[in-house]
Design a protein around this ligand. Structure first.
Ligand code: AGP
Length: 614
């Protein structure tokens, strides 16, 4: 999604803005731009990468001590230079604007502004903001007030930064839903969509709250909140970010996705540190109020999108099996428009890597507005919007995930969700001490098992070669591994652009079996669980129709390679944790197929890391 970087400093900020943009590249974008103040606006925009923008900024020797920069992920209007940010208000503009999010009433506003004689150059909703602020600036003569008045008319979830030609010492920013934080430095002040863009200059960050309007000067700043009825200054806590430049580096890997796949044993160890010396999991892992809340609830509702939704689907099995609790898992973008039945004693769990996914945040607010009393975030980003909106929080501590395709975030979400099932099972009297310590023991062993599974990479590479020319691939799983098949198909689609679909293997005969022929490879997850015999029958159904089978099994699964059927054995059967282990080869497979197909693995086309618009 769009990324914003803003700087007002003592020295030239061009390189700070460009470095900030390159740190935000992982969010996904299709064009980039920058405007610097230096005796007037100097703006450059390109549909190329940030590196291309960097090159032209250097060629033209663009400089300025105040500037705004942006990566755009197109929503209104095609990716093109004229739609790229920063936007002006007409040719002789007094202001420059960058924007993340969507202005829902932009058409009405556009018509009104056009009727007032204003000309539009782009197809974006952002240009409406530029014109509206300029319009109000004529009256207020002060940018801060003009932005304050303008935002009362803008509907939607968004963040903006505005720079005024007449005041080169100041930038005004407004936060309403999509992420924006301030960075307080020693030789300047900054703002950005996330902390990774600013740690090059400061670790002191302020996470703005909904409705916060801030003005930044080189050595001071002021924040008011437009939604609290008073325009008096508000105090916001200054946080010390724990991010390091090392966290954001790629190390010796070719891609962030590859690095993040191989980090999984160590991030699993991070998360499990807290249970290392015990045989039980404490409710405290989820926050101070967890014990009280967990004993009140009698159901769980999980809301999430994409990969995080798949984690929720696995968790449903665990919550049913381990904690004997009813659990519903909903796609957040669907749930937010339903009329759910209120079940006050339901624990609503929002799962999100970024903690900024617009649909997940909206679904959670919707569930709360509907009367669901208790909420928990399973999230990878401390201080994200999600973690600030829930009663309880479990941080997955996977470190920054830069590759658009989620990998380590998923397996750490699963680890956290298993701990949740254990804690709830214990508190509700459904899990014996003995079973609890068995699960905890298996969890402690997880980093070792993950390392073993990663060793299957060379065999996976052989599969990748065979599968890289495929047009379509089918993924099959059953029970707790069906969501893993869904995750494998999603991973493959998003980075290799091969069409992939996942089916619960028992559903084959209800339709998809018609697709099977020699050109339809089928990847099957076949661990040694109670459904192995059923899966084996499904394998026969595919073989009988000429389908080529690629089977992921553990050491104990009694499936053998034969003509048209290739088996990769992973490690010993991991019981309830088996889905975590079977995810790894599917991540590796997607990665190696994408590598062969030479796609942009970390920044796949059309996708964004942090989906901050609906
Ligand atoms: C995963 O590979 C995807 N890029 C995507 O499905 C992602 O999981 C989804 O957008 C949800 O993001 P979140 O976890 O940050 O909320």
């Amino acid at each position: 999604m769009c990324g914003i970087v803003v700087a007002v400093a003592k020295n030239n900020v061009a390189s700070v803005l460009l470095e900030g943009l390159s740190q935000l590249e992982y969010r996904g974008y299709d064009s980039a731009g920058i405007a610097l103040m230096n005796g007037g606006f100097h703006r450059l925009r390109t549909t190329g990468r940030v590196a291309e923008l960097n090159k032209i900024v250097n060629e033209r020797k663009l400089q300025g001590k105040t500037g705004i920069a942006h990566t755009r992920w197109a929503t209104h209007g095609e990716p093109s230079e004229h739609n790229a940010h920063p936007h002006f208000s007409g040719e002789a503009s007094r202001i420059a604007v960058v924007h993340n999010g969507i202005i829902e009433n932009y058409e009405t506003l556009r018509q009104r502004l056009q009727a007032a004689g204003l000309k539009f150059i782009s197809d974006t909703d952002t240009e409406v903001i530029a014109h509206l602020i300029t319009f109000n600036l004529e009256r207020t003569l002060d940018l801060f007030e003009a932005v304050r008045d303008s935002v009362t008319e803008l509907q939607g979830v968004y963040a903006i930064a505005v720079m005024e030609e007449a005041r080169s010492d100041r930038i005004v920013v407004f936060h309403n839903g999509t992420p924006l934080l301030l960075g307080l430095g020693t030789s300047g002040n900054y703002a950005a969509s996330d902390a990774s863009a600013l740690i090059q200059v400061t670790k002191r960050m302020i996470y703005l709250k909904e409705g916060d309007l801030a003005e930044l000067y080189c050595d001071s700043y002021r924040i008011v909140n437009c939604f609290n009825g008073s325009m008096s200054e508000v105090d916001r806590i200054v946080h010390e970010s724990k991010l390091t430049t090392e966290d954001l580096g790629i190390g010796s890997y070719a891609h962030f996705m590859q690095k993040e796949i191989f980090e999984q044993p160590s991030v699993a160890a991070n998360i499990l540190e807290e249970i290392f010396n015990t045989n039980s999991a404490s409710p405290q892992l989820f926050g101070d109020a967890a014990k009280h809340i967990f004993t009140q609830i009698d159901k769980v509702l999980i809301l999430a999108c994409g990969t995080s939704y798949h984690a929720g689907l696995v968790a449903r099995h665990w919550l049913e099996t381990v904690a004997k609790l009813t659990c519903n898992v909903e796609i957040a973008s669907e749930y937010r428009y339903r009329n759910p039945v209120i079940q006050a004693n339901t624990l609503v769990v929002g799962i999100s890597q970024s903690g900024e996914t617009a649909d997940t945040l909206a679904a959670l607010s919707y569930a709360k507005a509907f009367g669901h009393r208790y909420s928990l975030a399973i999230c990878n980003v401390a201080e994200s919007t999600l973690t600030r909106q829930t009663d309880l929080c479990f941080l997955t501590r996977a470190g920054p995930e830069i590759g658009v395709a989620s990998t380590k975030a998923f397996t750490t979400q699963l680890t956290g969700l298993m701990l949740l099932a254990v804690v709830l099972g214990k508190l509700h009297g459904k899990l014996s001490n003995e079973d609890e310590s068995k699960i905890i023991g298996a969890l402690r062993h997880l980093p070792v098992s993950l390392n073993r599974v990663l060793r299957a990479e060379s065999e996976i590479k052989v599969w990748a070669k065979k599968l890289s020319e495929s047009q379509h691939i089918l993924f099959l799983g059953r029970g707790i591994h069906y969501p893993i098949a869904m995750e494998g198909a999603l991973k493959l689609k998003e980075i290799s652009y091969i069409h992939a679909e996942a089916y619960a293997a028992g559903e084959l005969k209800h339709g998809p079996l018609a697709l099977i022929d020699k050109d339809m490879p089928v990847i099957v997850i076949a661990p040694n669980d109670e459904l192995l015999a059923k899966i084996k029958s499904n394998l026969q159904e595919v073989r009988a129709r000429g389908g080529k089978l690629y089977v992921l099994a553990d050491n104990d699964s009694s499936v053998e390679s034969s003509s048209g059927l290739e088996v990769i054995r992973l490690t010993e059967y991991a019981g309830l944790l088996s889905p975590i282990l079977h995810t790894i080869p599917l991540q590796l497979l997607a990665y190696h197929i994408a590598l062969i197909r030479n796609t942009d693995i970390d920044k796949p086309r059309n996708l964004a890391k942090s989906v901050t618009v609906e």
